[in-house]
Design a protein around this ligand. Sequence first.
Ligand SMILES: N[C@@H](CCC(=O)N[C@@H](CS)C(=O)NCC(=O)O)C(=O)O
Length: 220
Amino acid sequence: MSGHSGTYRLYHYWRSSSSWRVRLALHQKGIPYEPVPVSLLDGTSESPAHLERNPAGFVPVLEIPGQEPRRLTESLAILLYLEDSHPGTQRLLPEDPYLKARCWALAETINAGIQPIQNLPVLHRHSSDSEEQKAWAKHFIRKGLEVYETLCAPIRDRFSVGDQPTLADFCLSPQLYNADRFQVDWSDLPHLVAIEKACRELPAWNESHPDRFKPHDFKG
Ligand SMILES: N[C@@H](CCC(=O)N[C@@H](CS)C(=O)NCC(=O)O)C(=O)O
């Protein structure tokens, strides 16, 4: 039971890896939602309307319908909310406390250890030279993926933690998409290669893929 009537609204950007984490969870859990695009490139994310939704100017933001709509920022907090508010749906966290914490650690390896360092505002602050921005991003993405590879080794099966997808996978796969954008080679990390293969076989992966949300007039 979600405890409300109406449809969730997800403020997101098609190519944002943090947004894709939430789309993955919504599709995997079969929760209907209305996607609302917020461009990170044309100033929309810094508009007063969006800053009211999220003072960081970031996506995703999940709006919970109701008489007074409530909003959530931070993708991991959103995933936790969806997990706790929809108990009858596919679980994204293991029940075992140790594995649950290991799963969260994998998610944070990406959420705290990689994504913020390769986020656009950090790249722009680091350098105005696009090659230098790319080199910076590649360095931290590769290092973080190596950490993930080592951390998941003893607990993985088809997915990062056992044989069911968890929120760790829903952080990993979008980060691998970013790794490809920055031309980071991860083909020598066998656990990641196998887990990504399993993720791509999930219907939710295809349904939530960035290409499905790409604006028709996008050039770049
Ligand atoms: N930890 C936050 C990170 C949110 C974040 O950094 N989102 C990026 C897109 S993936 C963003 O909105 N960046 C703003 C920008 O690029 O200007 C979360 O998980 O929601």
